[in-house]
Design a protein around this ligand. Sequence first.
Ligand code: PMT
Length: 218
Amino acid sequence: MTILITAGPTREAIDPVRYLTNRSSGKMGYAMAEAAAGMGHRVILISGPTQLDVPDGVDFVPTESAADMYRAVESWISKADVAIFAAAVADYRPAHVPEHKIKKTGDTMILELIRNPDILGSTRSIFKFNGVLVGFAAETQNVEDNARDKLERKGCDFVVANDVSRNDIGFDTNDNEVMLVYADKTEPLGKHSKHHIGHLILDKTIALASSNIAVTGQ
Ligand code: PMT
């Protein structure tokens, strides 16, 4: 099977030396990429900037901004049977990026932001992807309800819901505790290493992909 995984943060340029980003380390996405490659699958890892070593045996596609990641997913998705979106993609980027470093002037400065493309939200509707689609949701409140709303709006098979209000799980930690939110049920996975959670998510995803192949005969 070919598994496409997005991971890590995006960087949105403010000027040539500054950017907007978030606390994603990439550990969750890289753990799944390593697990999938270890199971013998072909892995396309599309990653924002991280400090992590690229797992052995994966096809690595480095990206920086949300727009870069959008283009990378658009060009690789047709190769994939399964797509898992663990990247923490910036929803907005600076509207104007000057050629030169912004000079300090007044006491305040207003930065105008515009919406970034929604990569997960484009995967069914624009990229016409028919494989198994797994989104992530990083939430600080109403975690399960917000994840189920994303599942429905973006056409996911399930959503991995993270409570990112806790500092022992979620962003830039070695452990995670997630719920797998489906249209008709929710499965809490308990607190484990990201490595172990990555294996559990892959097992569920590959089982879904295998049952689709059995039904459609492809
Ligand atoms: O990287 P780590 O430090 O290991 O942390 C892991 C994690 C907390 C980053 C990860 O497990 C996680 O929750 N990733 C999703 C973070 C996020 O941006 O969630 P969201 O609720 O804003 O986005 C929902 C989904 O849409 C995600 O699958 C995201 O990849 C995708 N998305 C979001 C915005 C956008 N413009 N395009 C997208 O594809």
